[in-house]
Design a protein around this ligand. Structure first.
Ligand SMILES: Nc1nc2c(ncn2[C@@H]2O[C@H](COP(=O)(O)OP(=O)(O)OP(=O)(O)O)[C@@H](O)[C@H]2O)c(=O)[nH]1
Ligand SMILES: [Mg+2]
Length: 271
């Protein structure tokens, strides 16, 4: 278990619901493998963020799979709040249960405490801001924005706990790291951006080569050729002195376009 998770464990005893936040484009690989063992029987709701960037058909399938496996799951756009209403409904059920239990013990009702947990940059703070109804937590388009656990107190009957993103140790497994890099959830500066770009390029070539043609003004032949980055860089004029293509700059452009959804809505793994 990563140290970051260990240090968050102490908060678990204070919270009623854990929102496990993962990315809809990578619903399995962006989750924690054994969170269940840490959470015990605490209520967990899986929230897939960036549903706006994922393939809606794939997202529906994933939600079914998770739900069939006994994990309540919802998909949201944590930026705009789409889907958050369904999440609130899920939470309301748990809230009622908790109130019932407290009443049985003769205890006074207290605000429902909700904690968000997940890998870096996955949208935890954005999600809590939507639940709070205001921009209480700082967000940003790179990992490592939230530095430490932080309570967000809101009017009404909820208290929210934002936490810093923590990567599970399995993230460096071959086949996982680059995909997490592709969705912007791996630590910056560790993975070569050209490798991430090549993976994204390969994926797009298999799925929707025409988006490369239209977005970058290259020919189908160039898109399918041996060096996609070379073709895009040349077309864009991303050149270094001597006229050679700036591979890094080109790779970053492709990866950023993919992350922002300019190339379309894609889910990178299917159930
Ligand atoms: N398109 C889209 N962007 C999102 C969504 N959720 C979050 N974002 C963006 O993703 C970036 C990261 O969001 P944060 O809320 O800061 O992520 P975090 O998990 O709190 O990140 P750390 O605190 O760094 O671990 C921001 O630029 C958000 O605007 C979503 O559902 N759709
Ligand atoms: Mg954050």
């Amino acid at each position: 278990m990563p140290a970051g998770i260990k240090s968050l464990r102490q908060y678990l005893k204070f919270v009623d619901i854990v929102l496990e936040v993962a990315d809809a484009r990578l619903p399995a690989a962006s989750r924690y493998p054994d969170l269940g063992t840490i959470l015990g029987n605490r209520t967990r709701i899986l929230v897939l963020t960036r549903a706006d960037l994922a393939d809606p058909v794939a997202t529906a399938r994933w939600l079914e799979v998770f739900q069939a496996g006994g994990t309540p799951a919802v998909a949201v756009n944590a930026r705009t709040g789409e889907g958050v209403r369904a999440l609130r409904q899920q939470m309301a059920g748990t809230a009622k249960e908790k109130r019932g239990k407290l009443a049985q013990k003769g205890l006074r009702a207290r605000p429902l405490r909700v904690m968000a947990l997940g890998i870096p940059n996955v949208g935890k703070s954005s999600l809590l801001n939507r639940l709070a109804g205001r921009g209480a937590a700082r967000t940003g388009d790179r990992p490592g924005i939230t530095r430490g656990p932080q309570w967000i107190r809101i009017e009404g009957n909820m208290e929210l706990l934002d936490t810093p993103g923590v990567l599970w140790s399995h993230w460096q497994e071959p086949g996982t790291a680059l995909w997490l890099g592709a969705i912007g959830c791996a630590p910056e500066g560790i993975l070569p951006v050209t490798e991430i770009a090549n993976l994204v390029g390969e994926f797009l070539l298999g799925k929707a080569p025409e988006v490369l043609v239209t977005r970058y003004g290259i020919t189908r032949q160039e898109a399918e050729g041996a060096n996609l980055l070379e073709a895009i860089g040349r077309r864009r004029g991303y050149l270094l002195p001597g006229g050679i293509v700036d591979q890094e700059k080109t790779a970053l452009a492709l990866v950023n376009d993919f992350r922002a959804g300019y190339l379309g809505r894609f889910t990178l793994e299917l159930p």
